[in-house]
Write a protein that binds this ligand. Structure first.
Ligand SMILES: NC(=O)c1ccc[n+]([C@@H]2O[C@H](COP(=O)([O-])OP(=O)(O)OC[C@H]3O[C@@H](n4cnc5c(N)ncnc54)[C@H](O)[C@@H]3O)[C@@H](O)[C@H]2O)c1
Length: 333
């Protein structure tokens, strides 16, 4: 089956490579030829990294890169059975893309979005085939990360879920089934835990020591403060605000992140966020242990809600946190 990818940025270029490595002919479409070229170059260098790490041989690299055809118009996608949209996270931009894809692709084709949080149901209703619209949420970087959340909207048909799940498995990735909800699965559980830790820390805990207590006391590979700096505090605060809007005060972070963002402290990408660089932590004391307890209690509570609301199964929650967030075991194990 030919696969289309729309948006040749950070995510789209690697999703195209992942599909090509699995043997699909791929059409990579963006708005202008320079952006498509940049996406192709990104895919080629990601493939090259796999070769240098001994995960791919040179002939497979050449075949995969050659299987990605560049495009700047939707008619090039007409032969695709499935298209993954990976354009910027703005509903107005995605609306235009979904309307255009619906017009350009045969009625049987599946239209998938890599959105991190926009409504799949809403995207589907821009088209004449809401039953064939689904979320395929790859994690960054797609070449490395094994998890894909398969998000069904209100109108997504079981046949579309099955076909998309089979597609993801065929890419060598692990699909988890998620019913649409704000934050989907991994971000919802992780951001809840992070904000609970920030609120618990307030001004009274040493952040580096609190991170150390989280790592020492449970399955997470990184503490919430270092993770916030890695994700980007502006991105995190954007997601968090949406989740406060959707779920209320349990996503309140005690006013921790917004002042940092306002001060231009966005995390590693701006040269500093919670931390200015690598820090040596002292031994966690009572206040830092309380932060770690709040972190894991919030993760467990949100994970239970996800299961209780039938957003995902208990097993899938655990798989998702392991593969999507690097936890040694899931919050419900
Ligand atoms: N970056 C991440 O860590 C990450 C992780 C998971 C999901 N996502 C989601 O993936 C999507 C893409 O994110 P990204 O980080 O790759 O963005 P990006 O900004 O790197 O790339 C977006 C690309 O889309 C192109 N584009 C814009 N409008 C277009 C149009 N109308 N038609 C075709 N191409 C168009 C842009 O030229 C750009 O090349 C977003 O929905 C984002 O939320 C991102």
């Amino acid at each position: 089956m030919a696969v289309g990818v729309v948006g040749a940025g950070v995510m789209g270029a690697e999703i195209a490579l992942v599909a090509a490595l699995a043997g699909h002919p791929v059409v990579l479409r963006d708005v202008d030829p320079a952006r498509v070229d940049a996406g192709l170059a990104h895919a080629a260098s990601a493939a090259e990294r796999m070769v240098s790490r001994g995960r791919l041989d040179a002939s497979a690299r050449d075949a995969a890169v050659a299987a990605i055809a560049p495009a700047t118009a939707d008619d090039a996608l007409a032969g695709c059975g499935l298209v993954v949209e990976a354009v910027p996270e703005r509903m107005d931009v995605k609306e235009g893309v979904f309307r255009a894809l619906d017009a350009a692709l045969p009625p049987g084709a599946i239209l998938a979005s890599n959105t991190s949080g926009l409504s799949i149901t809403a995207l589907g209703r821009f088209t004449s085939r809401p039953d064939r619209v689904i979320g395929l949420h790859f994690f960054n970087p797609p070449v490395v990360m094994a998890l894909v959340e398969v998000i069904r909207g209100d109108d997504t048909s079981p046949a579309t879920v099955d076909a998309a799940t089979t597609f993801v498995s065929g890419l060598g990735k692990t699909p988890v089934a998620v019913a649409e909800c704000p934050g989907f699965l991994v971000n919802r559980v992780l951001v809840r835990a992070m904000t609970a830790a920030y609120a618990a820390a307030g001004d009274g805990a040493d952040r580096a020591a609190a991170d150390a207590a989280v790592v020492a006391g449970g399955p997470a590979p990184m503490g919430p403060f270092a993770l916030g700096d890695l994700v980007g505090l502006d991105t995190l605060d954007h997601i968090r605000r949406d989740l406060v809007g959707a779920y209320g005060d349990r996503f309140d972070d005690g006013g921790t992140v917004a002042p940092l963002v306002a001060a231009g402290r966005l995390g590693r990408k701006s040269g500093g966020g919670f931390f200015d660089g690598p820090v040596e932590s002292g031994a966690p004391g009572e206040a830092e242990q309380a932060v770690a307890d709040a972190y894991y209690a919030a993760a467990r509570d949100e994970a239970r809600r996800v299961v209780g609301e039938q957003v995902a199964s208990e097993d899938d929650v655990d798989v998702a946190l392991r593969l999507g967030a690097g936890w040694e075991r899931g919050p419900l194990t």
